[in-house]
Design a binder for this molecule. Structure first.
Ligand SMILES: CSC[C@H]1O[C@H](OP(=O)(O)O)[C@H](O)[C@@H]1O
Length: 362
């Protein structure tokens, strides 16, 4: 996507052909800072500390993390250690394990001397595949938005939660890919942006990228969506996912489930942008089986912002001594999902729906 007219992905190879560069998303929305990843530890830290976040981008970064690791030690033991270090960074997004498994499959059978080149090649392919999948997903989702516009002949209001835009992927995004494709095709639309406490990925990242692209949007408190839906101000919801089960249960940022309940209660269609590496075919019951990341309470008790004189600082929003808990994700049961928007088309959130688009998985 473009930042002030300049095309950017969220991760890329530096001119030296070895160093990996990323946008440090903890510095957005106020500062655009590019960080260099030069080692396995740099890559692992960038995921764990959320310099990069979003399931597909976590996977892409881990893929390049394996390449950086191979530069240091391309032996079987070195690759296995790198796999374990990267896998331990965050537990919920299945794209992390998917990408690591892809890298191991590409490298394990090669002679050690061929592994570094093959690792960078596979990592680059994973990035290109993600961008292409999201662009295709965007076209399928844009058709849904176009149907709403054809029926209503007015600006279409879309609610999204957290950041499932191009900043959550290598490019295009998942929930926002349909928004960009529809907007670029001239369909009048507006996005309600859930701020998404506690890390404010909506307020800091979704608003930032929509602002860069010129998409009309309004940032709202997380608890506003139900009121908007009751008053007919939301035509459809589109969210992302960090792991969707073979039954169609959708794990996504904390608060997604509550939006899905409000959408069902108000007959608002609830869609999920789902590139296929985010499907966990080994899991059926998302509520019972998907590991939910619990992050530090400090992310709940403190918040970053910019002062009037332009200083970015962290302040405490709770009383000293008040405990906090910070669950990162929840699971929306398939019964509350209107449809899954994948790179192969839109399907029901059901085993039959997913097998229909991915028959090789039957
Ligand atoms: C397209 S994946 C985006 C997904 O990832 C976010 O979580 P986090 O920012 O903690 O990595 C959130 O669940 C988004 O929907």
């Amino acid at each position: 996507m473009k930042i002030n007219g300049t095309p950017y992905r969220t991760i890329w190879l530096a001119k030296d052909g070895k160093t990996v560069e990323i946008i440090d998303q903890t510095r957005l929305p106020h500062e655009l800072v590019v960080m260099a990843l030069r080692s396995l530890d740099d890559a692992a830290r960038s995921i764990k500390d959320m310099w990069v976040r979003g399931a597909p981008l976590i996977g892409a970064t881990a893929a390049y993390g394996m390449a950086l690791a191979a530069v240091g030690d391309a032996s079987d033991a070195g690759l296995e250690r790198a796999y374990q270090v990267l896998h331990a960074t965050r537990p919920t997004a299945i794209n992390l394990k998917w990408a690591l498994d892809e890298m191991m499959a590409a490298l394990k059978t090669l002679p050690v001397g061929e592994r570094i080149g093959a690792a960078y090649q596979r990592a680059a392919e994973i990035c290109d595949e993600d961008s292409a999948q999201n662009a295709a997903l965007g076209e399928h989702g844009a058709a849904i938005i176009a149907e709403h516009h054809k029926a209503k002949r007015r600006t279409i209001n879309i609610l999204t939660h957290c950041n499932a835009g191009w900043l959550a992927t290598v490019d295009w995004g998942t929930a926002l890919a349909p928004v960009y494709k529809a907007f670029d095709s001239g369909i009048p639309l507006h996005v309600w942006v859930d701020e998404t406490r506690p890390r404010n990925q909506g307020a800091s990242l979704t608003a930032r990228e929509l602002n860069w692209h010129g998409v009309p949007h309004t940032v709202i408190a997380d608890n506003t969506g139900g009121h908007l839906m009751q008053h007919g101000m939301v035509d459809l919801c589109i969210v992302g996912t960090d792991r969707t089960t073979r039954n169609g249960d959708v794990c996504n940022k904390i608060g997604t489930y509550l939006k899905a309940l409000a959408a069902r209660d108000n007959d608002v269609p609830f869609y999920v942008g789902l590139p296929s590496p985010t499907i966990d075919w080994t899991v059926a019951d998302g509520v019972r089986e998907i590991p939910i990341e619990e992050r530090s309470a400090r992310e709940q008790t403190h918040i970053f912002g910019r002062t009037e004189d332009g200083q970015v600082c962290e302040v405490q929003v709770t009383p000293d001594g008040s405990p906090a808990v910070n669950y990162g994700f929840d699971v929306t049961p398939a019964r509350l999902v209107t449809g899954l928007i994948t790179e192969r088309g839109v399907c029901e959130a059901s085993p039959e729906g997913l097998r229909g688009l991915f028959p090789e998985r039957a």
